[in-house]
Ligand binder design. Structure first.
Ligand SMILES: [Fe+2]
Length: 332
């Protein structure tokens, strides 16, 4: 069953490219009089329904950013696009739904296995970075590939775990990490690909463009850690326990791309909040969600009880931009 809701809200104001910071979101929350997360009204849809949320259409001013033919105008000012790239961007500029939620995207058995493999990874001594205070009190591991602060895609520091000096211990950690990644690749991603192909087909073209390009240049890197290569649907997966309680924008995500989130555990609470749209969406265990996390300020309410393991899957904007601009990675 599916519930489709068009919210009585204007298409959301965009947080401008290249200006980032928590203060921008906080300032906006005051001027726009956003409600606190617990005061946000719960969306009227049963937990076991597929939920599709959209808003009113873009205004004329907003179309300048997203493009009259929905081309990704935010990239065009660089004037570095081939005709082929521009053609591939048509209709990819403005996905139809702000948020999609699918119940039971992960089976009970796979959910239990994911938690067991996560626990083994933690027990093996995986090293976490510091928690990102602008969004959460708990730290996340960023696994897989990205191109942040770099001229080419590479495995993240969390994936490589170079801070572990003992090679035996490091090997053990990497082995457990790869088992977790392999399980996600085998048992979760194929279903997510099917869901996205059905509900957001316009995203597929650019995803395939990135996949072709990355695979072409990084074959040897991918072969070294195949369990950490998640393409073509996404390239980085943030994994952590808890929830992201502070309202934030994911500045490194792409404006027109969805981040895909799925959660497992025996938790209560942790509703997904979008104060910009004045809505709170229950996020039950084993559900998956696709959200425009660079467009919409968002957070979750705290976990009420139990454990919650959350996987946030995304493609960083630098990687997307490098592919769209035809960046040559021949030096790799
Ligand atoms: Fe986020």
């Amino acid at each position: 069953m599916t519930t489709t809701i068009v919210l009585p809200k204007a298409f959301p104001t965009t947080f401008a490219p290249f200006k980032r910071g928590r203060h921008i979101v906080t300032g906006f929350s005051v001027t726009e009089k956003w409600r606190t997360t617990t005061a946000l009204p719960l969306v009227a849809a049963p937990h076991n329904h597929t939920l599709l949320l959209s808003t009113q259409d873009l205004t004329r001013k907003q179309r300048k950013l997203f493009g009259p033919s929905q081309t990704a105008q935010w990239l065009l000012r660089n004037d570095e696009f081939t005709t082929q790239t521009l053609a591939s961007l048509q209709n990819d500029g403005n996905p139809k739904y702000m948020l999609m939620r699918w119940p039971e995207a992960v089976s009970v058995t796979v959910a239990q296995k994911l938690f067991r493999r996560w626990d083994r990874l933690c027990l093996a001594g995986v090293q976490f970075p510091a928690a990102e205070v602008q969004r959460s009190s708990t730290p996340a591991l960023h696994l897989g590939l990205w191109a942040l602060s770099s001229s080419s895609p590479h495995y993240t520091a969390d994936t490589l775990q170079k801070q572990i000096c003992d090679p035996v211990k490091r090997g053990k950690v990497i082995g457990k990490m790869d088992k977790l990644g392999a399980l996600v690749k085998k048992e979760v991603i194929p279903h997510l690909i099917r869901l996205m192909a059905e509900y957001a087909p316009e995203q597929t073209r650019v995803q395939n463009l990135i996949h072709e390009k990355v695979q072409g240049y990084l074959q040897s890197v991918i072969t070294a850690r195949p369990a950490m290569y998640f393409g073509p649907l996404f390239y980085t997966m943030a994994v952590k326990e808890g929830s992201s309680e502070k309202v934030h924008i994911d500045w490194n995500d792409s404006m027109q791309k969805y981040a895909i989130v799925f959660c497992v555990g025996d938790y209560t609470g942790a509703d997904f909040c979008v104060p910009q749209l004045d809505v709170r969406v229950p996020f039950p265990p084993r559900a998956a969600m696709a959200v425009q996390t660079r467009l919409l300020a968002h957070c979750a309410t705290v976990v009420g009880s139990g454990r919650r393991l959350v996987f946030t899957c995304f493609t960083d904007c630098t990687l997307l931009e490098q592919v769209l601009k035809g960046r040559d990675w021949a030096h790799l």
